[in-house]
Design a protein around this ligand. Structure first.
Ligand code: RI2
Length: 360
């Protein structure tokens, strides 16, 4: 793909251009990342977000860092460390930086920049291919569910945003939905708004609207009610880190949806590329580091007023405290299957080990 993807691309000057995901869908603008500090800031402040895109940005960040280092590996290690620690939960970030640094450590000084640029492009290209496969495996299973339920249309519930804004080039959880559309199958998506940052209401709805996919935005607490009344055929989310035991860290609120799905006998799938596994850990609830973000994201809400002016509003009393966990962990027992580029597997240690026997 030569470094050009929908959510991010390398420009003529070899700088990284990204869609500013903080202001979508109200403002469509790009930000150009030219150095390590800008890369770290863009990941921290969520100009870019989504496990895959965070990993891609970090990979290009290491390339940009190498342009500041003139072959000085020690300096590059320091800069890579900064990028690696910009957010704690999505493991694609650490995975991508580590992979880039393995390359940097064995390459000659004068070849370093070009080689790192090519490696970052390779990481993105691999994600693109993975999402194509996820799209097909997921769409096949969704068709089966639809037939089993005797329906001509499938109702899918998703949480947060795991579309092409989250992983190049067609997403994880949304990839099978785009594929169903290509296959001419009627699909309707229930989009959880996903407070506090509203990635569902802002980003997933924007993506689906742009693609002409029928969807309805719901308040975060609505899913259980819909499931009890037969209005959801299947749930699917992306993931930020998945343990060897099959526990899934994903956007806060995912666990509650999985509980409701389990109680109502509705399949709950998680879609991820292999780079989202953290094979070093087994018990995700105990071992995954959950990001705590600033109170302000809970205290305020952002949107446009009646004049189309984009702004933030405070929504809680001045002296009330707020707490903002970014993610939760859904235990493997609540998950019907993990959809990866290698196929679909049960979320348990035995099946994950079988699927990844060649690298474990
Ligand atoms: P992919 C998001 O977190 C959500 O947890 C979402 O499910 C995930 O990233 C999608 O990433 P945030 O970065 O699985 O918006 O699609 O905090 O790579």
């Amino acid at each position: 793909m030569n470094g050009k993807y929908k959510a991010l691309w390398l420009n003529e000057e070899d700088n990284l251009v990204v869609l500013d995901q903080r202001v979508l869908p109200f403002v469509e603008k790009t930000i150009t990342i030219t150095n390590t500090d800008e890369c770290v800031e863009a990941i921290k402040n969520m100009t870019v977000r989504g496990a895959g895109v965070i990993g891609n940005t970090a990979a290009f960040g290491v390339f940009l860092a190498s342009c500041e280092c003139d072959g000085d590996l020690k300096l590059l290690e320091e800069k890579a460390k900064l990028i690696r620690s910009s957010r704690p939960t999505a493991v694609n970030l650490m995975w991508a930086v580590d992979r880039m640094m393995e390359v940097a450590r064995v390459i000659k000084k004068d070849k370093m920049q070009e080689r790192l640029k090519q490696e970052a492009i390779k990481i993105c290209d691999e994600d693109c291919k993975a999402t194509e496969k996820i799209a097909n495996f997921g769409a096949d299973i969704f068709e089966e569910i639809m037939k089993k339920n005797g329906k001509k249309e499938i109702n899918v519930l998703t949480h947060c945003n795991a579309g092409w804004l989250a992983i190049v080039d067609s997403g994880t959880a949304l990839a099978p939905i785009y594929e169903l559309q290509k296959r001419g199958i009627k699909v309707h998506v229930w989009v959880d708004e996903t407070r506090p940052r509203n990635q569902g209401a802002n980003l997933t709805a924007w993506e689906l609207e742009k693609s002409g996919i029928d969807h309805t935005v719901i308040a975060d607490n609505t899913g259980g009610h819909l499931m009890q009344h037969g209005l959801v055929d299947v749930c699917i989310t992306g993931a930020d880190r998945v343990s060897l035991g099959g526990d899934v860290a994903n956007k806060i609120g995912t666990y509650l949806k999985a509980l409701a799905a389990y109680d109502n006998n509705i399949p709950f799938y998680v879609a991820l590329p292999s780079s989202t596994f953290d094979f070093k850990i087994i018990d995700g609830v105990k071992e995954i580091n959950i990001e705590i973000r600033g109170e302000d994201e809970v205290k305020t809400i952002r949107g446009v007023d009646e004049k189309g002016q984009y702004k933030g509003l405070q929504i809680i009393p001045n002296n009330s405290k707020a707490l903002n966990y970014g993610f939760d962990v859904t235990p493997s027992r609540l998950i019907t299957g993990l959809i990866t580029e290698r196929g679909i597997c049960k979320a348990d240690i035995k099946n994950i080990q079988n699927m990844y026997g060649d690298i474990l």
